[in-house]
Design a protein around this ligand. Structure first.
Ligand code: ADP
Length: 303
């Protein structure tokens, strides 16, 4: 099964064009949709979750026409929105049971089995009797996934799920998504590059409503080999460096600045070749050096 998004555009009533002719093909597995705040990620996620309609375009999930057969999509969809609210005074087990009733799992024994197995899957079984108000950020996110899993979704959409999680919780949460990606389409929308680099088998970079790059993370990184250079400079030398070179990112490094530069040929004395990473892919794409915006076309980097 594949999710096929073709030519989707959306302009809000205030004139903001949130999506511009978005075309993506998303297979089973974990797919990262990476972009800065305001890029259009949530708009696309809400459209896929049938909560909003686009002005143009078509979307198919396998045989289902997502824009026309909304009930069929909802049957097979799990959606974890950004910053969802939870009742804080009930236990995870009770609330999940309640949602299971709403999902139509009426028979008590069966419901117990389903709720129990999902709580184990998201690793909340031990704390199932605790009130949700006492849960940490990571536990709440995993409870959100538990709710999304009730319908046994073929398409799971999670919008900015790792914001505010501590590193251990983040890793545990991403591992859970990656397990789910073995059998379903899992779309992870995020502005955090490491979320994508660790587990996503495919990704797209979106900015100002447009898809700038669609790629496999490892291949995109490989495509940058030989084109990323680094140099340690004094802080006040940055402006001069930027005038001469395509500086894609800077990091502080022992009180000095470590600049990374995109260049297809050696940029000159003082630079050393750097091992490219997904941050380089992201910043080079955002700056237009690679991807659909730059002249170095996607085929050269991503295919
Ligand atoms: P992201 O999830 O990548 O941060 P969004 O999809 O939330 O991006 O927003 C894309 C653009 O659309 C932004 O410029 C945002 O301000 C605008 N936008 C989002 N929702 C609405 C809305 N309901 N009405 C008007 N503009 C909106």
């Amino acid at each position: 099964m594949e999710l096929q998004i073709r030519g989707v555009s959306k302009t809000y009533a205030n004139g903001v064009q949130a999506l511009k002719d978005v075309t993506l093909t998303i297979p089973v597995g974990m797919y990262g949709l990476l972009g800065p705040n305001g890029a259009g990620k949530s708009t696309l996620m809400r459209i896929l979750a049938t909560l909003q309609t686009p002005d143009a375009g078509s979307i198919r999930l396998g045989a289902i026409d997502v824009l026309k057969q909304q009930d069929d999509v909802r049957q097979t969809l799990g959606y974890l929105p950004q910053g969802f609210g939870l009742y804080s005074k009930v236990s995870a087990e009770r609330l999940l049971d309640h949602f299971a009733v709403l999902k139509g799992i009426g028979e008590h024994r069966m419901r117990q089995d389903v709720v129990g197995s999902i709580l184990q899957q998201v690793n909340l079984w031990e704390v199932r009797k605790q009130k949700l108000g006492s849960y940490s950020g990571g536990m709440r996110q995993r409870f959100g996934i538990a709710v999304a899993l009730l319908g046994n979704p073929k398409l799971l959409i999670v919008d900015e799920p790792t914001a505010g999680l501590d590193p251990a919780e983040r890793v545990r949460f991403l591992n859970l998504l990656s397990e789910l990606g073995e059998h379903s389409i899992v779309i992870l929308s995020t502005h955090i590059v490491e979320d994508v680099s660790e587990l996503c088998t495919r990704m797209a970079i979106i900015d100002q409503g447009q898809i700038l790059l669609e790629a496999e993370p490892l291949r995109a990184i490989d495509g940058l080999r030989g084109r990323i250079w680094r140099r340690v400079i004094a802080k006040d030398a940055l402006l001069a460096l930027e005038r001469e070179h395509a500086v894609i990112s800077t990091r502080l490094f022992g009180g000095r600045t470590l600049a990374r530069v995109y260049s297809e040929t050696p940029p000159g004395p003082g630079f050393e070749p750097a091992e490219p990473d997904l941050e380089d892919v992201y910043f080079s794409t955002m700056a237009g050096h690679i991807g659909r915006r730059g002249e170095q076309k996607e085929t050269a980097v991503a295919q």
